[in-house]
Design a protein around this ligand. Structure first.
Ligand SMILES: [Zn+2]
Length: 156
């Protein structure tokens, strides 16, 4: 009996995981999520260096000092980075879709979120996304989760 086969040995095996689990938000992110219910985007400003972060941070990512100064940020900002995702995931939008790093007015950090209202068949529209002003579009029903902001869309 021969150990050789005309079929190559498999080197990978597809595995799918569908997990549901709860993430402990902590005091800082809980307050952020509570704000979203009321259509308010909270950030935190570091008293030591002045950096305003959104999502809010309990400790400054720049100077590592504790942060406890809360600020209400604008619901508009500018796209600073983006990618067009070609693959979907459970609970996500139908691909292709845009994930953008958005600098809300008054913030020093980027909020990552979905960007809708872009014609993805228009290469020029995609090429002009960086620097484009966008605004939050709120979900009709808000329950204190990041998808209380349904997505962002260009401000025309
Ligand atoms: Zn700081």
């Amino acid at each position: 009996m021969s150990l050789q086969s005309s079929t190559p040995a498999p080197s990978t095996e597809e595995v799918r995981w569908d997990l549901t689990f709860d993430i402990h938000l902590g005091a800082t992110w809980s307050r952020f999520m509570a704000g979203l219910i009321d259509r308010v985007i909270y950030g935190t400003t570091c008293s030591a260096c002045g950096r305003t972060s959104v999502p809010p941070q309990a400790f400054c990512e720049s100077c590592f000092e504790p942060v406890d100064r809360w600020v209400e940020l604008a619901t508009e900002g500018v796209v600073e980075a983006f990618t067009v995702a070609q693959l979907g995931f459970t609970g996500g939008p139908t691909p292709p879709y845009v994930i953008a790093g958005i600098r809300l007015d008054g913030a020093d950090t980027l909020l990552m979120h979905w960007l809708a209202g872009i014609d993805l068949s228009d290469d020029a529209a995609i090429a002009d996304l960086v620097g484009r002003r966008v605004r939050a579009v709120w979900a009709q029903e808000r329950t204190g989760r990041i998808l209380d902001i349904a997505h962002f869309t260009p401000v025309d």
